[in-house]
Design a protein around this ligand. Sequence first.
Ligand SMILES: [Zn+2]
Length: 421
Amino acid sequence: MIDSFISAEIPSPSADPLGYALVAEHMVHGPCGSSNPSCPCMKKGMCSKFYPKAYEEQTSVDANGFAVYKRPKNNFYVEKGGCQLDNRWIVPYNSFLLKKYQAHINVEWCNKTTFIKYLFKYVTKGADCSKVYLQRVRNGEDAPYDGETRTVNEIREYLDCRYICEQDACWRIFGYDIHRHFPAVERMPVHLPNENFITFKARAKMDNILSQEFLRRTMLTQWFWVNQRYADARELTYIQFPSKWKWESDSRKWMRRRQNQGKIGRLHYVHPSAGERYYLRLLLLSVKGARSFEDLRSHRGVQYATYKEACTSHGLVGDDQEWYNAFTEAASWATAPQLRRLFVTMVLYCDIGNELAFFEKYWTYLAEDFEYRYRKIIGSTQYQMPDIDKRDYLLAELTDLFAKGGSNIGRFNLPCPSQRA
Ligand SMILES: [Zn+2]
């Protein structure tokens, strides 16, 4: 499957001369290492991209879900920088794209259940930066230098700007899309009565704001309102609502959709330590047709005083199941350091019944980044960290986090680090 799209091999010069020439020109890494220590990829005496790679007879997928491409040991090589570079030095490419665009295009296979992290954590890494020095010279004035105090004004000396390359700038100036979302997603607020957010101008009068019924309307309160009036609306949970109803933000009303193309609803994330708002969100995920906050808290004819009790009645909490659900949801998008902090917060503040079972269920997510970090330190992509080491590193980090939270890991039923020397 991977081989039909991606190759890391030198094409045969006789069977595919164009492919050979293009790979030789665009897709060979290096030479770096001892034959060229000044290559830009060299960091701390090693190639930061881990070339040369090892020979591989077959393409495979390693334990972390990364593809290891086929790089057979054969007689094909490319001459570059006075070296003969073979399949170990080829940057993975797609033959069709390479021939069409005749440029360096690195193509890699990525597919994991959590690959959304791979795609979007790259996006959120931030834009390119460059250090630029600005100086006003027209009036002979040296801008960042303050003559009175005779100090360099460091704040005026540097601007924190985003660097956009020429191609990127053109793309944006012509207004092309950077990315596309389909189907559309409606983000929906989760708030307790009278705790909705409102935006107002700085000089607005507080009395005016508070007296306006319009400003109290939110997607949530208007969902109740529609449920009070229309029987068919009650077939849907809050999160399903945008599939059949359309939110008009100017009038703050839900309108029945005429076309079939609905949106997907997504509730704002609520941290498990938020208390009642957290339980409110749990109810909103499963209760259909509620007509008021009180109605949402009612189940089988009983109106409960708190959202937590209502969740218990619905069977949404108990046996730590709600914490497992919360953690599973977070694990699909949060990074390992974020998950470690969440784990510690939940153990400290959420009354988890069985901490050890909770740890055992999720420790692999909490330790997800250790092998990668260790590989970077020792400069090997092959190193497989044994589970026992991962757990020890994890417990050491958790010990720190508990201490920073003003507690002690020893107070909880969690494993001890292994007793190895
Ligand atoms: Zn290199």
